[in-house]
Write a protein that binds this ligand. Sequence first.
Ligand SMILES: Cc1cc2nc3c(=O)[nH]c(=O)nc-3n(C[C@H](O)[C@H](O)[C@H](O)COP(=O)(O)OP(=O)(O)OC[C@H]3O[C@@H](n4cnc5c(N)ncnc54)[C@H](O)[C@@H]3O)c2cc1C
Length: 551
Amino acid sequence: MKLRNSNIEKLDQEIFDTLVIGAGINGAVSAAALSGKGARVALIDQRDFAGFTSQQSSNLAWGGIKYLESHDYKLVWGLCKSRNHLMENYPSRVEEIRFYSTIEKGFRHHPRFIWLGTWVYWLFGRCFTSPPRWLSRNTVKTEESIVRTDNFYGGFEYSDAFLPDNDARFVFQFIRSAMDRGCIAANYVESLGARRDSDLWVTRVRDAMTGREFEIRSRVLINAAGPFVDEHNAKTGEKTAHCHVFSKGIHLIVPQITENRRVLTFFADDGRLFFVIPMGNRTCVGTTDTRTESPFSEVTEEDRQFVLDNINKRLNLTKPLTSADIIAERCGVRPLVVKAGKGGSNERDWMQMSRKHEIDVSNTSKHISIFGGKLTDCVNVGNEVATYVSNMGVVLDNPDCKWYGEPPASVREEYLRQAQSMNLDALTDPAATEKLSKRLWRLYDSQALELLAEIREDPREAEILIKGTDYLRCEIRLIRQQEMITKLEDFLRRRSKIALVTRHEDIRHAEGLMEACRILFEDQAQAKFDEYFAQGHDKVSTKDEYPQKAA
Ligand SMILES: Cc1cc2nc3c(=O)[nH]c(=O)nc-3n(C[C@H](O)[C@H](O)[C@H](O)COP(=O)(O)OP(=O)(O)OC[C@H]3O[C@@H](n4cnc5c(N)ncnc54)[C@H](O)[C@@H]3O)c2cc1C
Protein backbone atom coordinates (compact mmCIF):
# COMPACT_ATOMS: atom_id res chain seq x y z
CA MET A 1 0.00 0.00 0.00
CA LYS A 2 2.99 2.32 0.58
CA LEU A 3 3.82 2.39 -3.14
CA ARG A 4 0.22 3.25 -4.05
CA ASN A 5 -0.10 5.95 -1.39
CA SER A 6 3.13 7.62 -2.40
CA ASN A 7 2.20 7.48 -6.10
CA ILE A 8 -1.23 8.96 -5.46
CA GLU A 9 0.38 11.84 -3.57
CA LYS A 10 2.53 12.56 -6.64
CA LEU A 11 -0.32 12.55 -9.16
CA ASP A 12 -1.48 16.12 -8.53
CA GLN A 13 1.99 17.55 -7.86
CA GLU A 14 3.30 18.08 -11.39
CA ILE A 15 2.38 18.47 -15.06
CA PHE A 16 2.84 15.13 -16.82
CA ASP A 17 3.66 14.78 -20.50
CA THR A 18 0.91 12.18 -20.78
CA LEU A 19 -1.85 10.77 -18.62
CA VAL A 20 -2.92 7.27 -19.64
CA ILE A 21 -6.46 6.31 -18.64
CA GLY A 22 -6.88 2.55 -18.32
CA ALA A 23 -4.26 -0.04 -17.41
CA GLY A 24 -5.29 -3.00 -19.52
CA ILE A 25 -2.80 -4.16 -22.13
CA ASN A 26 -3.21 -1.06 -24.33
CA GLY A 27 -2.67 1.39 -21.46
CA ALA A 28 0.16 -0.69 -19.98
CA VAL A 29 2.20 -0.77 -23.19
CA SER A 30 1.53 2.91 -23.85
CA ALA A 31 2.90 3.75 -20.40
CA ALA A 32 5.87 1.39 -20.77
CA ALA A 33 6.82 2.67 -24.24
CA LEU A 34 6.50 6.34 -23.31
CA SER A 35 8.34 6.01 -19.97
CA GLY A 36 11.11 4.01 -21.62
CA LYS A 37 11.52 6.65 -24.34
CA GLY A 38 11.75 9.44 -21.79
CA ALA A 39 8.26 10.94 -21.33
CA ARG A 40 6.91 11.81 -17.91
CA VAL A 41 3.89 9.50 -17.62
CA ALA A 42 0.98 9.00 -15.23
CA LEU A 43 -1.22 5.89 -15.49
CA ILE A 44 -4.49 5.28 -13.67
CA ASP A 45 -7.13 2.57 -13.66
CA GLN A 46 -10.54 2.65 -12.07
CA ARG A 47 -10.07 -1.00 -11.07
CA ASP A 48 -6.94 -3.02 -10.51
CA PHE A 49 -4.31 -3.13 -13.29
CA ALA A 50 -5.65 -5.51 -15.97
CA GLY A 51 -8.84 -5.69 -13.93
CA PHE A 52 -11.24 -5.78 -16.87
CA THR A 53 -10.90 -7.32 -20.38
CA SER A 54 -7.18 -8.04 -20.10
CA GLN A 55 -7.80 -10.64 -17.40
CA GLN A 56 -10.39 -12.55 -19.45
CA SER A 57 -8.56 -13.59 -22.64
CA SER A 58 -7.61 -17.05 -23.89
CA ASN A 59 -3.98 -16.26 -22.90
CA LEU A 60 -2.79 -16.81 -26.44
CA ALA A 61 -0.18 -14.86 -28.35
CA TRP A 62 -1.25 -16.04 -31.75
CA GLY A 63 -1.25 -15.15 -35.40
CA GLY A 64 -5.01 -15.72 -35.71
CA ILE A 65 -5.13 -18.76 -38.00
CA LYS A 66 -8.93 -18.52 -38.07
CA TYR A 67 -8.81 -15.13 -39.82
CA LEU A 68 -7.37 -16.90 -42.91
CA GLU A 69 -10.89 -18.20 -43.49
CA SER A 70 -12.21 -14.63 -43.67
CA HIS A 71 -9.28 -13.74 -46.03
CA ASP A 72 -7.91 -11.23 -43.52
CA TYR A 73 -4.38 -12.00 -44.74
CA LYS A 74 -2.92 -8.65 -43.75
CA LEU A 75 -4.10 -9.11 -40.16
CA VAL A 76 -2.69 -12.68 -39.95
CA TRP A 77 0.62 -11.59 -41.51
CA GLY A 78 0.92 -8.78 -38.96
CA LEU A 79 -0.21 -10.84 -35.97
CA CYS A 80 2.22 -13.67 -36.84
CA LYS A 81 5.03 -11.12 -36.94
CA SER A 82 3.93 -9.71 -33.57
CA ARG A 83 3.67 -13.20 -32.07
CA ASN A 84 7.21 -14.05 -33.22
CA HIS A 85 8.47 -10.78 -31.85
CA LEU A 86 6.94 -11.54 -28.44
CA MET A 87 8.37 -15.08 -28.44
CA GLU A 88 11.83 -13.73 -29.26
CA ASN A 89 11.72 -11.03 -26.62
CA TYR A 90 9.95 -13.01 -23.88
CA PRO A 91 11.60 -16.44 -24.12
CA SER A 92 10.28 -17.49 -20.71
CA ARG A 93 6.90 -15.67 -20.62
CA VAL A 94 5.60 -16.36 -24.12
CA GLU A 95 5.91 -20.07 -24.84
CA GLU A 96 5.51 -21.92 -28.10
CA ILE A 97 2.77 -24.50 -27.77
CA ARG A 98 1.35 -27.11 -30.16
CA PHE A 99 -2.29 -26.87 -31.23
CA TYR A 100 -3.68 -30.36 -31.71
CA SER A 101 -6.69 -30.11 -34.01
CA THR A 102 -9.21 -32.62 -35.20
CA ILE A 103 -12.24 -32.08 -37.40
CA GLU A 104 -15.35 -34.15 -37.76
CA LYS A 105 -17.17 -35.59 -40.75
CA GLY A 106 -19.54 -33.07 -42.30
CA PHE A 107 -17.28 -30.10 -41.51
CA ARG A 108 -17.54 -27.17 -43.96
CA HIS A 109 -14.01 -27.74 -45.36
CA HIS A 110 -12.17 -30.88 -46.39
CA PRO A 111 -9.33 -31.69 -43.94
CA ARG A 112 -6.72 -31.48 -46.74
CA PHE A 113 -7.83 -27.89 -47.33
CA ILE A 114 -7.31 -26.99 -43.67
CA TRP A 115 -4.04 -28.92 -43.67
CA LEU A 116 -2.93 -26.68 -46.53
CA GLY A 117 -4.10 -23.71 -44.42
CA THR A 118 -1.77 -24.73 -41.57
CA TRP A 119 1.18 -24.61 -43.99
CA VAL A 120 0.11 -21.20 -45.30
CA TYR A 121 -0.13 -20.11 -41.66
CA TRP A 122 3.33 -21.47 -40.94
CA LEU A 123 4.74 -19.58 -43.93
CA PHE A 124 2.92 -16.41 -42.81
CA GLY A 125 4.68 -17.03 -39.47
CA ARG A 126 8.03 -16.86 -41.33
CA CYS A 127 8.65 -20.56 -40.44
CA PHE A 128 9.54 -19.32 -36.94
CA THR A 129 7.84 -22.18 -35.08
CA SER A 130 7.94 -25.96 -35.53
CA PRO A 131 6.24 -26.97 -38.78
CA PRO A 132 2.72 -28.44 -38.96
CA ARG A 133 2.15 -32.19 -38.80
CA TRP A 134 -0.63 -34.32 -40.27
CA LEU A 135 -2.45 -36.49 -37.70
CA SER A 136 -4.05 -39.77 -38.70
CA ARG A 137 -6.82 -41.31 -36.65
CA ASN A 138 -4.32 -43.82 -35.21
CA THR A 139 -1.83 -41.13 -34.26
CA VAL A 140 -4.55 -39.24 -32.38
CA LYS A 141 -5.68 -42.45 -30.66
CA THR A 142 -2.14 -43.18 -29.49
CA GLU A 143 -1.01 -39.67 -28.60
CA GLU A 144 -4.18 -38.12 -27.16
CA SER A 145 -6.54 -40.93 -26.34
CA ILE A 146 -9.13 -38.62 -24.73
CA VAL A 147 -9.93 -37.09 -28.13
CA ARG A 148 -12.89 -38.91 -29.73
CA THR A 149 -12.15 -40.33 -33.15
CA ASP A 150 -15.43 -42.10 -34.00
CA ASN A 151 -16.50 -39.24 -36.28
CA PHE A 152 -12.90 -38.40 -37.29
CA TYR A 153 -12.45 -36.65 -40.64
CA GLY A 154 -8.87 -35.43 -40.29
CA GLY A 155 -6.32 -33.97 -37.90
CA PHE A 156 -3.25 -31.76 -37.85
CA GLU A 157 -0.93 -30.08 -35.42
CA TYR A 158 0.58 -26.60 -35.70
CA SER A 159 2.25 -24.08 -33.36
CA ASP A 160 1.29 -20.78 -31.77
CA ALA A 161 2.23 -19.31 -28.38
CA PHE A 162 0.63 -18.83 -24.99
CA LEU A 163 1.17 -16.96 -21.72
CA PRO A 164 1.83 -19.55 -18.99
CA ASP A 165 1.35 -17.01 -16.19
CA ASN A 166 -1.83 -15.59 -17.74
CA ASP A 167 -2.72 -12.30 -19.38
CA ALA A 168 -3.10 -10.11 -16.28
CA ARG A 169 0.41 -10.85 -15.02
CA PHE A 170 1.81 -10.25 -18.50
CA VAL A 171 0.11 -6.82 -18.47
CA PHE A 172 1.35 -6.06 -14.97
CA GLN A 173 4.95 -6.75 -16.03
CA PHE A 174 4.68 -3.83 -18.51
CA ILE A 175 3.35 -1.59 -15.73
CA ARG A 176 6.19 -2.67 -13.45
CA SER A 177 8.72 -1.79 -16.13
CA ALA A 178 6.97 1.57 -16.72
CA MET A 179 7.20 2.31 -12.98
CA ASP A 180 10.89 1.33 -12.97
CA ARG A 181 11.34 4.04 -15.62
CA GLY A 182 9.57 6.75 -13.65
CA CYS A 183 5.90 6.27 -14.52
CA ILE A 184 3.57 7.21 -11.67
CA ALA A 185 0.90 4.51 -11.73
CA ALA A 186 -2.02 3.89 -9.40
CA ASN A 187 -4.81 1.33 -9.42
CA TYR A 188 -8.35 2.07 -8.20
CA VAL A 189 -8.25 5.67 -9.42
CA GLU A 190 -11.12 6.54 -11.74
CA SER A 191 -11.18 9.33 -14.30
CA LEU A 192 -14.41 11.28 -13.99
CA GLY A 193 -13.71 13.15 -17.24
CA ALA A 194 -11.27 15.74 -18.53
CA ARG A 195 -11.33 19.29 -19.88
CA ARG A 196 -8.90 21.47 -21.80
CA ASP A 197 -7.41 24.36 -19.83
CA SER A 198 -5.30 26.49 -22.24
CA ASP A 199 -2.83 23.92 -23.66
CA LEU A 200 -3.24 21.33 -20.89
CA TRP A 201 -5.65 18.51 -20.08
CA VAL A 202 -7.09 18.64 -16.59
CA THR A 203 -8.53 15.28 -15.58
CA ARG A 204 -10.72 15.02 -12.51
CA VAL A 205 -10.15 11.69 -10.74
CA ARG A 206 -11.47 9.84 -7.73
CA ASP A 207 -9.46 7.53 -5.48
CA ALA A 208 -11.87 4.59 -5.12
CA MET A 209 -10.27 3.53 -1.83
CA THR A 210 -10.78 6.83 0.00
CA GLY A 211 -13.31 8.71 -2.14
CA ARG A 212 -10.91 11.69 -2.40
CA GLU A 213 -11.21 13.63 -5.65
CA PHE A 214 -8.36 15.58 -7.21
CA GLU A 215 -7.01 16.69 -10.61
CA ILE A 216 -4.16 15.45 -12.82
CA ARG A 217 -2.59 17.80 -15.38
CA SER A 218 -1.03 16.55 -18.59
CA ARG A 219 0.00 17.81 -22.03
CA VAL A 220 -1.47 14.76 -23.79
CA LEU A 221 -4.40 12.56 -22.79
CA ILE A 222 -4.42 8.89 -23.82
CA ASN A 223 -7.75 7.13 -23.62
CA ALA A 224 -6.96 3.40 -23.22
CA ALA A 225 -10.17 2.57 -21.36
CA GLY A 226 -10.88 -0.55 -23.44
CA PRO A 227 -14.65 -1.15 -23.63
CA PHE A 228 -15.15 2.28 -22.01
CA VAL A 229 -13.21 4.33 -24.60
CA ASP A 230 -16.40 5.72 -26.15
CA GLU A 231 -17.93 6.48 -22.77
CA HIS A 232 -14.83 8.41 -21.71
CA ASN A 233 -14.64 10.29 -25.02
CA ALA A 234 -18.25 11.35 -24.52
CA LYS A 235 -17.28 12.74 -21.11
CA THR A 236 -14.42 14.79 -22.57
CA GLY A 237 -16.28 15.84 -25.72
CA GLU A 238 -13.82 14.05 -28.07
CA LYS A 239 -15.21 12.95 -31.46
CA THR A 240 -13.50 9.96 -33.12
CA ALA A 241 -13.64 8.21 -36.50
CA HIS A 242 -13.98 4.81 -34.80
CA CYS A 243 -15.97 3.31 -31.97
CA HIS A 244 -16.41 -0.06 -30.24
CA VAL A 245 -18.88 -2.89 -30.48
CA PHE A 246 -18.67 -5.81 -28.07
CA SER A 247 -18.40 -9.56 -28.33
CA LYS A 248 -18.71 -11.62 -25.20
CA GLY A 249 -16.45 -14.62 -24.56
CA ILE A 250 -16.31 -17.06 -21.68
CA HIS A 251 -13.90 -19.72 -20.40
CA LEU A 252 -14.41 -22.41 -17.78
CA ILE A 253 -11.53 -23.73 -15.67
CA VAL A 254 -11.87 -27.40 -14.82
CA PRO A 255 -9.57 -30.12 -13.38
CA GLN A 256 -6.71 -31.06 -15.69
CA ILE A 257 -8.10 -32.94 -18.70
CA THR A 258 -4.79 -34.05 -20.21
CA GLU A 259 -1.26 -34.01 -18.86
CA ASN A 260 0.11 -33.27 -22.33
CA ARG A 261 1.15 -29.65 -22.54
CA ARG A 262 -0.68 -28.79 -25.73
CA VAL A 263 -3.85 -26.97 -26.77
CA LEU A 264 -6.60 -29.26 -28.05
CA THR A 265 -8.54 -27.54 -30.81
CA PHE A 266 -12.00 -28.34 -32.16
CA PHE A 267 -14.71 -26.66 -34.10
CA ALA A 268 -17.72 -26.17 -31.83
CA ASP A 269 -21.33 -26.71 -32.91
CA ASP A 270 -21.55 -23.07 -34.02
CA GLY A 271 -18.56 -23.62 -36.34
CA ARG A 272 -16.12 -21.54 -34.29
CA LEU A 273 -12.69 -22.63 -33.07
CA PHE A 274 -12.83 -23.95 -29.55
CA PHE A 275 -9.82 -24.57 -27.28
CA VAL A 276 -8.77 -26.78 -24.36
CA ILE A 277 -5.81 -24.83 -22.97
CA PRO A 278 -3.42 -25.79 -20.15
CA MET A 279 -3.55 -23.49 -17.12
CA GLY A 280 -1.02 -24.62 -14.51
CA ASN A 281 -2.31 -27.95 -13.22
CA ARG A 282 -5.81 -27.18 -14.55
CA THR A 283 -7.47 -26.89 -17.94
CA CYS A 284 -9.17 -23.81 -19.37
CA VAL A 285 -11.95 -24.47 -21.89
CA GLY A 286 -13.57 -21.97 -24.24
CA THR A 287 -14.39 -19.64 -25.77
CA THR A 288 -17.68 -18.24 -27.04
CA ASP A 289 -18.34 -15.23 -29.29
CA THR A 290 -21.71 -13.55 -28.77
CA ARG A 291 -22.67 -10.04 -29.68
CA THR A 292 -23.60 -7.93 -26.70
CA GLU A 293 -24.44 -4.29 -26.09
CA SER A 294 -22.92 -3.73 -22.65
CA PRO A 295 -19.27 -3.92 -21.54
CA PHE A 296 -20.46 -5.76 -18.45
CA SER A 297 -20.98 -9.46 -18.84
CA GLU A 298 -21.63 -12.58 -16.84
CA VAL A 299 -21.49 -16.29 -17.57
CA THR A 300 -25.06 -17.49 -18.10
CA GLU A 301 -26.32 -21.05 -17.64
CA GLU A 302 -26.67 -21.23 -21.43
CA ASP A 303 -22.99 -20.25 -21.97
CA ARG A 304 -21.86 -22.78 -19.39
CA GLN A 305 -23.89 -25.56 -20.96
CA PHE A 306 -22.68 -24.69 -24.47
CA VAL A 307 -19.04 -25.07 -23.40
CA LEU A 308 -19.65 -28.24 -21.36
CA ASP A 309 -21.73 -29.89 -24.11
CA ASN A 310 -19.17 -29.10 -26.77
CA ILE A 311 -16.30 -30.47 -24.74
CA ASN A 312 -18.14 -33.59 -23.62
CA LYS A 313 -19.14 -34.31 -27.23
CA ARG A 314 -15.57 -34.28 -28.44
CA LEU A 315 -13.67 -35.96 -25.62
CA ASN A 316 -13.70 -39.49 -24.19
CA LEU A 317 -13.84 -38.54 -20.54
CA THR A 318 -14.46 -41.25 -17.96
CA LYS A 319 -17.17 -39.02 -16.54
CA PRO A 320 -18.65 -36.10 -18.55
CA LEU A 321 -17.81 -32.67 -17.17
CA THR A 322 -20.64 -30.95 -15.32
CA SER A 323 -21.08 -27.58 -13.60
CA ALA A 324 -19.83 -29.20 -10.40
CA ASP A 325 -16.37 -29.60 -12.00
CA ILE A 326 -16.00 -25.88 -12.66
CA ILE A 327 -13.25 -24.42 -10.48
CA ALA A 328 -13.52 -20.87 -11.79
CA GLU A 329 -14.94 -18.93 -14.71
CA ARG A 330 -13.72 -16.11 -16.91
CA CYS A 331 -16.00 -13.80 -18.82
CA GLY A 332 -15.30 -10.62 -20.76
CA VAL A 333 -16.16 -8.61 -23.83
CA ARG A 334 -13.82 -8.10 -26.76
CA PRO A 335 -13.83 -4.41 -27.64
CA LEU A 336 -13.97 -4.60 -31.46
CA VAL A 337 -13.27 -1.55 -33.55
CA VAL A 338 -15.68 -0.34 -36.24
CA LYS A 339 -16.06 2.91 -38.17
CA ALA A 340 -18.26 5.23 -36.13
CA GLY A 341 -21.90 4.66 -37.12
CA LYS A 342 -21.30 1.13 -38.52
CA GLY A 343 -22.00 -1.74 -36.16
CA GLY A 344 -21.30 -4.92 -38.15
CA SER A 345 -24.69 -5.09 -39.78
CA ASN A 346 -25.34 -8.82 -40.17
CA GLU A 347 -24.35 -12.02 -38.37
CA ARG A 348 -21.76 -12.98 -40.99
CA ASP A 349 -20.06 -9.58 -40.77
CA TRP A 350 -20.15 -9.99 -37.05
CA MET A 351 -18.40 -13.38 -36.89
CA GLN A 352 -15.78 -12.20 -39.37
CA MET A 353 -15.22 -8.82 -37.82
CA SER A 354 -11.53 -8.03 -37.74
CA ARG A 355 -9.62 -7.98 -34.46
CA LYS A 356 -7.17 -5.25 -35.53
CA HIS A 357 -6.54 -2.05 -33.56
CA GLU A 358 -7.02 1.56 -34.60
CA ILE A 359 -5.59 4.64 -32.92
CA ASP A 360 -7.53 7.87 -33.39
CA VAL A 361 -5.45 10.98 -32.88
CA SER A 362 -6.40 14.61 -32.48
CA ASN A 363 -3.30 16.77 -32.84
CA THR A 364 -5.39 19.85 -32.10
CA SER A 365 -6.58 18.72 -28.71
CA LYS A 366 -3.57 16.40 -28.10
CA HIS A 367 -5.81 13.43 -27.48
CA ILE A 368 -5.33 9.77 -28.40
CA SER A 369 -7.97 6.98 -28.31
CA ILE A 370 -6.95 3.32 -28.64
CA PHE A 371 -9.60 1.01 -30.11
CA GLY A 372 -9.67 -2.78 -30.40
CA GLY A 373 -6.47 -4.79 -30.61
CA LYS A 374 -5.10 -7.93 -29.05
CA LEU A 375 -2.55 -8.81 -26.41
CA THR A 376 -0.50 -10.28 -29.26
CA ASP A 377 -0.12 -6.91 -30.97
CA CYS A 378 0.85 -4.99 -27.85
CA VAL A 379 4.40 -3.94 -28.81
CA ASN A 380 3.10 -2.28 -31.98
CA VAL A 381 0.46 -0.39 -29.99
CA GLY A 382 3.15 0.92 -27.58
CA ASN A 383 5.43 2.04 -30.41
CA GLU A 384 2.63 3.67 -32.41
CA VAL A 385 1.34 5.60 -29.39
CA ALA A 386 4.87 6.85 -28.62
CA THR A 387 5.26 8.09 -32.21
CA TYR A 388 1.94 9.98 -32.06
CA VAL A 389 2.89 11.56 -28.72
CA SER A 390 6.26 12.63 -30.08
CA ASN A 391 4.51 14.13 -33.16
CA MET A 392 2.47 16.24 -30.74
CA GLY A 393 5.66 17.93 -29.60
CA VAL A 394 6.48 15.95 -26.45
CA VAL A 395 10.27 15.58 -26.40
CA LEU A 396 11.35 11.94 -25.98
CA ASP A 397 14.98 11.95 -24.77
CA ASN A 398 15.50 8.29 -25.49
CA PRO A 399 13.47 7.64 -28.67
CA ASP A 400 15.26 4.41 -29.59
CA CYS A 401 14.86 2.80 -26.19
CA LYS A 402 13.87 -0.87 -26.38
CA TRP A 403 11.19 -0.66 -23.72
CA TYR A 404 9.97 -4.25 -23.83
CA GLY A 405 11.48 -7.72 -23.44
CA GLU A 406 13.05 -9.78 -20.69
CA PRO A 407 16.48 -8.67 -19.40
CA PRO A 408 19.51 -9.48 -21.58
CA ALA A 409 20.81 -13.07 -21.68
CA SER A 410 23.80 -12.06 -19.50
CA VAL A 411 21.45 -11.23 -16.56
CA ARG A 412 19.60 -14.52 -16.99
CA GLU A 413 22.88 -16.44 -17.14
CA GLU A 414 24.07 -14.76 -13.94
CA TYR A 415 20.73 -15.64 -12.27
CA LEU A 416 20.99 -19.27 -13.40
CA ARG A 417 24.64 -19.44 -12.28
CA GLN A 418 23.70 -18.24 -8.79
CA ALA A 419 20.65 -20.54 -8.65
CA GLN A 420 22.79 -23.50 -9.61
CA SER A 421 25.61 -22.68 -7.21
CA MET A 422 23.17 -22.62 -4.27
CA ASN A 423 21.37 -25.73 -5.58
CA LEU A 424 18.10 -23.81 -5.62
CA ASP A 425 16.04 -26.47 -7.38
CA ALA A 426 16.81 -28.97 -4.61
CA LEU A 427 14.85 -26.64 -2.31
CA THR A 428 11.72 -26.89 -4.47
CA ASP A 429 8.87 -28.04 -2.26
CA PRO A 430 7.67 -31.53 -3.28
CA ALA A 431 4.13 -30.10 -3.57
CA ALA A 432 5.21 -27.33 -5.99
CA THR A 433 4.09 -27.52 -9.62
CA GLU A 434 7.45 -26.51 -11.12
CA LYS A 435 11.13 -26.03 -10.31
CA LEU A 436 11.99 -22.86 -8.41
CA SER A 437 14.69 -21.58 -10.76
CA LYS A 438 12.38 -21.56 -13.79
CA ARG A 439 9.34 -20.15 -12.00
CA LEU A 440 11.08 -17.33 -10.11
CA TRP A 441 12.84 -16.07 -13.24
CA ARG A 442 9.67 -16.11 -15.32
CA LEU A 443 7.68 -14.20 -12.70
CA TYR A 444 10.26 -11.67 -11.49
CA ASP A 445 13.25 -11.75 -13.91
CA SER A 446 16.08 -9.62 -12.49
CA GLN A 447 14.21 -9.08 -9.19
CA ALA A 448 14.53 -12.84 -8.65
CA LEU A 449 18.19 -12.18 -7.78
CA GLU A 450 16.95 -10.49 -4.58
CA LEU A 451 14.96 -13.61 -3.77
CA LEU A 452 18.07 -15.76 -4.22
CA ALA A 453 19.94 -13.55 -1.74
CA GLU A 454 17.15 -14.01 0.82
CA ILE A 455 17.03 -17.77 0.32
CA ARG A 456 20.83 -17.99 0.65
CA GLU A 457 20.60 -16.18 3.96
CA ASP A 458 17.80 -18.42 5.22
CA PRO A 459 16.79 -21.50 3.17
CA ARG A 460 13.43 -21.58 5.00
CA GLU A 461 12.50 -18.66 2.75
CA ALA A 462 12.15 -21.23 -0.05
CA GLU A 463 9.36 -23.02 1.81
CA ILE A 464 5.84 -22.56 0.48
CA LEU A 465 3.95 -20.02 2.60
CA ILE A 466 0.43 -20.50 1.18
CA LYS A 467 -0.27 -24.23 1.13
CA GLY A 468 -1.81 -25.54 -2.08
CA THR A 469 0.01 -22.83 -4.10
CA ASP A 470 3.65 -22.33 -5.16
CA TYR A 471 4.08 -19.02 -3.29
CA LEU A 472 7.05 -18.55 -0.94
CA ARG A 473 7.36 -16.16 1.99
CA CYS A 474 10.13 -14.10 0.36
CA GLU A 475 8.03 -13.79 -2.81
CA ILE A 476 5.09 -12.34 -0.88
CA ARG A 477 7.40 -9.70 0.65
CA LEU A 478 8.69 -8.77 -2.81
CA ILE A 479 5.12 -8.58 -4.13
CA ARG A 480 4.16 -6.25 -1.27
CA GLN A 481 6.94 -3.82 -2.20
CA GLN A 482 6.67 -4.01 -5.96
CA GLU A 483 3.21 -5.03 -7.14
CA MET A 484 0.73 -2.59 -5.60
CA ILE A 485 -1.63 -5.14 -4.08
CA THR A 486 -4.55 -3.01 -2.91
CA LYS A 487 -7.14 -5.75 -2.47
CA LEU A 488 -6.56 -9.45 -1.83
CA GLU A 489 -8.18 -10.18 -5.19
CA ASP A 490 -5.37 -8.28 -6.96
CA PHE A 491 -2.91 -10.88 -5.71
CA LEU A 492 -5.11 -13.99 -5.94
CA ARG A 493 -6.67 -13.31 -9.35
CA ARG A 494 -4.21 -11.15 -11.33
CA ARG A 495 -0.60 -11.04 -10.01
CA SER A 496 -0.99 -14.79 -9.42
CA LYS A 497 -3.54 -17.20 -10.91
CA ILE A 498 -4.42 -18.81 -7.57
CA ALA A 499 -8.11 -17.83 -7.76
CA LEU A 500 -8.42 -19.46 -11.17
CA VAL A 501 -6.81 -22.79 -10.35
CA THR A 502 -8.00 -23.27 -6.75
CA ARG A 503 -11.56 -23.53 -5.52
CA HIS A 504 -12.78 -20.58 -3.52
CA GLU A 505 -13.36 -22.62 -0.35
CA ASP A 506 -9.91 -24.23 -0.60
CA ILE A 507 -8.31 -20.77 -0.82
CA ARG A 508 -10.25 -19.59 2.22
CA HIS A 509 -8.89 -22.46 4.30
CA ALA A 510 -5.38 -22.50 2.81
CA GLU A 511 -2.81 -22.66 5.59
CA GLY A 512 -0.59 -19.59 5.43
CA LEU A 513 -3.03 -17.32 3.59
CA MET A 514 -3.68 -15.17 6.65
CA GLU A 515 0.06 -14.85 7.21
CA ALA A 516 0.43 -13.75 3.59
CA CYS A 517 -2.33 -11.18 4.21
CA ARG A 518 -0.41 -9.88 7.21
CA ILE A 519 2.68 -9.39 5.04
CA LEU A 520 0.66 -7.74 2.26
CA PHE A 521 -1.68 -5.60 4.34
CA GLU A 522 -0.21 -5.44 7.87
CA ASP A 523 -2.93 -4.27 10.31
CA GLN A 524 -5.63 -4.41 7.59
CA ALA A 525 -5.05 -8.14 6.97
CA GLN A 526 -8.30 -9.41 8.46
CA ALA A 527 -10.38 -6.69 6.80
CA LYS A 528 -8.89 -7.44 3.35
CA PHE A 529 -9.39 -11.19 3.88
CA ASP A 530 -13.03 -10.66 4.90
CA GLU A 531 -13.66 -8.26 2.00
CA TYR A 532 -12.45 -10.86 -0.52
CA PHE A 533 -14.42 -13.77 0.88
CA ALA A 534 -17.57 -11.69 1.39
CA GLN A 535 -17.73 -11.15 -2.38
CA GLY A 536 -17.90 -14.80 -3.54
CA HIS A 537 -15.18 -14.68 -6.17
CA ASP A 538 -15.39 -18.31 -7.20
CA LYS A 539 -17.28 -17.35 -10.35
CA VAL A 540 -15.22 -14.36 -11.39
CA SER A 541 -16.91 -12.10 -13.93
CA THR A 542 -16.84 -8.54 -15.14
CA LYS A 543 -20.38 -7.86 -14.15
CA ASP A 544 -21.11 -4.28 -13.25
CA GLU A 545 -19.66 -3.61 -9.85
CA TYR A 546 -20.49 0.05 -10.35
CA PRO A 547 -24.22 -0.19 -11.10
CA GLN A 548 -24.69 3.56 -11.10
CA LYS A 549 -22.51 3.73 -14.26
CA ALA A 550 -24.32 1.09 -16.28
CA ALA A 551 -26.81 3.35 -18.04
C1 LIG B 1 -12.91 -13.96 -24.28
C2 LIG B 1 -11.73 -13.21 -24.85
C3 LIG B 1 -10.64 -13.91 -25.35
C4 LIG B 1 -9.55 -13.23 -25.87
N1 LIG B 1 -8.45 -13.93 -26.24
C5 LIG B 1 -7.35 -13.30 -26.69
C6 LIG B 1 -6.16 -14.02 -26.96
O1 LIG B 1 -6.09 -15.22 -26.73
N2 LIG B 1 -5.10 -13.34 -27.43
C7 LIG B 1 -5.13 -11.98 -27.64
O2 LIG B 1 -4.12 -11.44 -28.10
N3 LIG B 1 -6.22 -11.25 -27.34
C8 LIG B 1 -7.34 -11.89 -26.86
N4 LIG B 1 -8.45 -11.17 -26.51
C9 LIG B 1 -8.46 -9.73 -26.75
C10 LIG B 1 -7.78 -8.97 -25.65
O3 LIG B 1 -7.98 -9.59 -24.40
C11 LIG B 1 -8.32 -7.54 -25.60
O4 LIG B 1 -8.28 -6.97 -26.86
C12 LIG B 1 -7.50 -6.66 -24.66
O5 LIG B 1 -7.37 -7.26 -23.40
C13 LIG B 1 -8.16 -5.30 -24.52
O6 LIG B 1 -7.31 -4.52 -23.72
P1 LIG B 1 -7.62 -3.00 -23.41
O7 LIG B 1 -6.44 -2.45 -22.71
O8 LIG B 1 -8.08 -2.30 -24.63
O9 LIG B 1 -8.91 -3.05 -22.47
P2 LIG B 1 -9.05 -3.44 -20.93
O10 LIG B 1 -8.19 -4.58 -20.56
O11 LIG B 1 -10.51 -3.56 -20.63
O12 LIG B 1 -8.46 -2.17 -20.18
C14 LIG B 1 -9.18 -0.96 -20.07
C15 LIG B 1 -9.03 -0.48 -18.66
O13 LIG B 1 -9.57 0.84 -18.56
C16 LIG B 1 -10.10 0.98 -17.27
N5 LIG B 1 -11.04 2.12 -17.26
C17 LIG B 1 -12.21 2.23 -17.93
N6 LIG B 1 -12.77 3.42 -17.67
C18 LIG B 1 -11.95 4.08 -16.84
C19 LIG B 1 -11.98 5.36 -16.20
N7 LIG B 1 -13.01 6.21 -16.37
N8 LIG B 1 -10.97 5.71 -15.39
C20 LIG B 1 -9.91 4.86 -15.17
N9 LIG B 1 -9.83 3.64 -15.75
C21 LIG B 1 -10.84 3.25 -16.57
C22 LIG B 1 -10.79 -0.36 -17.00
O14 LIG B 1 -10.96 -0.57 -15.62
C23 LIG B 1 -9.82 -1.33 -17.67
O15 LIG B 1 -8.92 -1.93 -16.75
C24 LIG B 1 -9.55 -11.81 -25.94
C25 LIG B 1 -10.64 -11.11 -25.41
C26 LIG B 1 -11.70 -11.79 -24.85
C27 LIG B 1 -12.84 -11.02 -24.23
